[in-house]
Design a protein around this ligand. Structure first.
Ligand SMILES: Cc1cc2nc3c(=O)[nH]c(=O)nc-3n(C[C@H](O)[C@H](O)[C@H](O)COP(=O)(O)OP(=O)(O)OC[C@H]3O[C@@H](n4cnc5c(N)ncnc54)[C@H](O)[C@@H]3O)c2cc1C
Length: 852
């Protein structure tokens, strides 16, 4: 007789539930595992349609928790077919006696949290109610087929099949007239097989999808050898990789090579017949539309090379979404199928289905009769199984209502208001964007370790905090925002199910980075969780990922280079180092004209670079001062940023090479700034600018020069400025600000580097002058409208914030942007860090606004 009160109830006996069952036994938790089907395997139990296959190679799509399996189970192919994967699941279940712990044919209909008893009540289709302390949804991301939303589906009297619920005995289509609706992964895999049997096959396509041939055969030899040589290292690399397969990340931009070269590289990946190799050819195809177009065009070229009818080839070629932004597919003879005389493609965009009828389908201006209809219409992905299991948490709130506008989770594992509820590969975790075996094992390990920790420490409940959950939502959104995934109407975005909220459901920041976040949460004492027992409580509230994801990647990359700290160099060495680093960056957008010249500074000539918009002039002018701590940099060193500002704001940018310390210490830079402004004002017409539409702008030490120049213009009789644009400006040499400590290390501009800059530029006494520390000016009244940008992880953040506040208090019109998750340098990194782009747009808008 099964216990009606246990430590843990698990729902689902796919690979996730099976492994968890093994771990619960090992760690001695009482448990029940309930499964709606009548065998193990989950996905591979239900999806028995012809051609069903895994797209991840067998070297990688297998359990790692039982090393013996690698010797005891030999895969026959590179990409295992459904029957073989199901046999593998059954083999594991038998080997570990899992069958005895699973209750099949038992569907979970509902669950309620009892806040008094601190337990869940679980209701099953057998009429039983089970109570438990912990409730785990191992219900799968793709286990609820989407109901076809087509008029008349119930009328059809022929045979109806759904790929995700395929009859166990198989289907013989020989001599039949068959319709397949849907050309996602299941459609693409099954269509060639159905075509082999059917008398007539009509495929109804709404969206063409990218697919590549699997070239099935033996598993990749190089990976087999790596695995054999050192399994532990191989698996470690997989766990900390981007996708859960240990491939080296590309460092090549698709835009840095010609199309011909790109196609050679893509062809090499294509021949490997591995989805992830193709997607990994270029570093930027997921984040840059133009880079993605290169891959997409290669894929379309492949379609054209196979499909004989050019019109059909065109219909089968995706144009509306980027490569990878919808789940790309692997096939065996899919496109070739359309060359067969009995196969027809119907484009639902021009010939929509009007209705399913008793005998067939009415579409466009036609009616056709069929013996069978196959719905390959996909799944209510990621949330379908969890939501349909009717979970009610604290205060009677259902998960369905909480997730009405999109799933809210902490780490994709837990959700506020639902204590002791765990989701394996839940929304907000890498899940369907990964080799799911790796993601499943990670979540099972995390849950097991958490349960053991709670038992050992006497905690009864665990629940994320609202702050942590919201922080994770923001982080997931930040990750998605820097990609082009959101442009596509994909099931990743919930777009395939009417009424489903349109958000990015899986975590797109990568398997390894995600794992590190989960580890950090635990290592920081369950950061963002409240743990409670009868006599104790622990809540270490906080956020696990605050730095913008692309910035974080750059910081990690820089850390691997083990570069010397700049403050250990001489100024000459630091200048050479800075120039060498700048040479490697993207150049920034095209502008109308770039020309160099000289202007009179306070003590001799200064070089300048002029960036002219492509539009007819004259233009308003921004006199720009570069960053570099008054020690290095030049009129060309902020080139990408100046181009970007010029192109986006339609403003003439004149970047000035003011004199540098220590050769020309304070107040040389300030005096040069003011001299340059006066010269530009006097020569505005000749430069193609408008004399009474001049602003100053600058970044970092250049922001300091700009702010000081604005004060000098106010105090010394003009020129009258239209505005000042200050990006992360130095405003106060006193170092009294908290951000110097909080952000003093790791974020490129460090506290000690900043001190090194000051030491070269100004003595402690000189720093008290407002021409060194503009924040210390007796009055800020009368300064021009200001756009001031500060970055969350910049040591200079607080002095920038203080300057913005002081300007406002002085009655100056100020727009202050606090760039969340950014560091001192990140907004200047044009075309490298997409997360900086919105702030640059804001800056350009503000600049335009100064002159309107
Ligand atoms: C066609 C197809 C191809 C795929 N290809 C790949 C691939 O190439 N690579 C990859 O990594 N992943 C792939 N996947 C994803 C695949 O789902 C996972 O790899 C993995 O099998 C998921 O295991 P799971 O245990 O988490 O969930 P599942 O295998 O989905 O198991 C969940 C189980 O929970 C049960 N269940 C759900 N709700 C209830 C309930 N209320 N009561 C009782 N039982 C319930 C279901 O019956 C099911 O058996 C594919 C999925 C599909 C559908």
């Amino acid at each position: 007789m099964a216990q009606s009160d246990v430590d843990v109830v698990v729902v689902g006996a796919g690979f996730a539930g099976m492994y968890l069952l093994h771990e619960l036994r090992k760690t001695g938790f009482s448990h029940r595992l309930l499964e709606a089907g009548d065998d193990v395997g989950g996905t591979w139990y239900w999806n028995r349609y012809p051609g069903a296959r895994c797209d991840i190679a067998t070297t990688d799509y297998q359990y790692t928790w039982d090393p013996e399996l690698h010797e005891q189970w030999q895969w026959s192919e590179k990409h295992a077919a459904q029957p073989e994967i199901l046999r593998y699941a059954q083999f594991v279940a038998k080997k570990h006696d899992l069958y005895s712990g699973i209750e099949f044919n038992t569907r979970v209909d509902g669950a309620q949290w009892n806040e008094v008893a601190k337990r869940w009540s679980i209701h099953t289709s057998t009429g039983e109610t089970i109570t438990c302390q912990h409730y785990v949804m191992a219900t799968g991301c793709l286990s609820v087929p989407k109901e076809p939303d087509i008029v008349g589906t119930e009328k059809f009297t022929g045979n109806v099949y759904v790929t995700g619920r395929w009859p166990h005995e198989g289907v013989d289509f020989t001599g039949k007239r068959v319709a397949v609706i849907g050309t996602g992964s299941s459609g693409i895999q099954s269509i060639p097989h159905i075509a082999d049997q059917a008398k007539e096959l009509v495929i109804f396509q709404r969206t063409p999808n990218f697919s590549m041939p699997a070239f099935n055969g033996p598993a990749p030899q190089d990976r087999i050898e790596r695995l054999k040589a050192d399994r532990v290292t191989y698996q470690h690399e997989a766990r900390y990789s981007g996708t859960g397969v240990p491939l080296e990340d590309s460092t090549v931009s698709a835009l840095s090579v010609t199309q011909e070269e790109a196609f050679v590289m893509l062809e090499e990946a294509w021949q490997k017949g591995e989805l992830l190799s193709l997607g990994n050819t270029f570093m930027d195809s997921a984040i840059n539309r133009k880079a993605n177009d290169v891959v997409a065009e290669f894929m379309r070229m492949k379609v054209r090379s196979v499909v004989k009818d050019p019109e059909v080839a065109e219909l089968l070629s995706p144009y509306k979404h980027g490569y990878g932004t919808k789940r790309p597919c692997m096939d065996t003879g899919y496109f070739e199928t359309f060359n067969k005389p009995h196969v027809r493609l119907v484009d639902l965009n021009t010939s929509p289905i009007r209705s399913i009828t008793e005998t067939g389908i009415d579409f466009g201006k036609e009616s056709m009769e069929f013996d069978a209809i196959v719905y390959a219409t996909g799944f209510d992905a990621m949330t379908g199984a969890i939501v349909s299991a009717n979970i009610t948490g604290k205060n009677g709130v259902t998960l369905k209502s909480k997730w009405e506008h999109g799933p809210l989770t902490y780490l994709g594992l837990t959700s506020v208001g639902f204590p002791n509820l765990y989701m394996i590969t839940g929304p907000g975790s890498p899940s369907v964007l990964s080799n799911m075996m790796v993601s499943i094992e990670q979540h099972v390990d995390w849950i097991r370790d958490t349960l053991v920790h709670m038992r050992e420490q006497g905690f009864e409940t665990i629940e994320p905090t609202p702050l942590a959950e919201e922080g994770w939502r923001v982080h997931c959104t930040d990750c998605a925002d820097i990609t082009i995934f959101q442009e596509a109407n994909s099931w990743y975005m919930g777009a395939n199910v009417p009424g489903k909220p349109r958000v990015m459901f899986p975590y797109i920041g990568g398997v390894g980075r995600y794992r590190l976040a989960c580890e950090e949460v635990v290592n920081k004492g369950f950061l963002g969780f409240e743990l409670a027992g009868s006599t104790k409580k622990q809540c270490n509230d906080g956020l696990v990922r605050e730095v913008q994801p692309d910035v974080d990647m750059v910081l990690d990359f820089i850390a691997t280079l083990n570069l010397p700290a700049m403050e250990t160099m001489t100024p000459t060495e630091a200048r050479a180092f800075s120039e060498a680093s700048s040479a490697m960056r993207p150049s920034g957008p095209e502008v109308g004209e770039i020309s160099d010249g000289v202007l009179p500074g306070a003590d001799g000539e200064l070089e300048y670079r002029l960036y002219r918009p492509a539009t007819p002039g004259p233009h308003p002018i921004a006199v720009y001062f570069h960053g570099g701590g008054w020690v290095f940099g030049s009129h060309t060193s902020d080139d990408p940023l100046c181009r970007d500002l010029c192109a986006q704001s339609n403003t003439l940018i004149i970047s000035v090479n003011y004199r540098h310390a220590p050769e020309a210490p304070f107040p040389a830079a300030a005096e040069d700034g003011f001299a340059a402004l006066k010269w530009v004002h006097a020569n505005a017409g000749a430069l193609g600018g408008i004399a009474d539409q001049i602003a100053v702008a600058g970044w970092s030490a250049g922001g300091n020069v700009a702010a000081v120049t604005a004060q000098m213009a106010r105090d010394k009789g003009g020129p009258q400025l239209s505005g000042q644009l200050l990006l992360c400006p130095v405003t106060d040499g006193s170092h009294q600000h908290r951000s110097h400590i909080e952000n003093g290390e790791r974020f490129i501009l460090t506290k000690s580097l900043m001190e090194w800059f000051w030491n070269h530029y100004a003595t402690p006494e000189q720093r008290k002058s407002p021409q060194a520390s503009p924040l210390l000016a007796a009055s800020l009244a009368g300064l021009p409208p200001t756009m001031l940008v500060t970055c969350q992880f910049d040591p200079l953040r607080d002095e920038g914030n203080a300057y913005a506040r002081a300007l406002m208090q002085a009655g100056v019109k100020v727009e202050h942007v606090e760039a969340r998750g950014h560091i001192h340098t990140s907004i200047t990194m044009v075309d490298m860090l997409p997360s900086g782009a919105p702030h640059r747009r804001e800056m350009a808008r503000a600049l335009r606004g100064f002159f309107s």
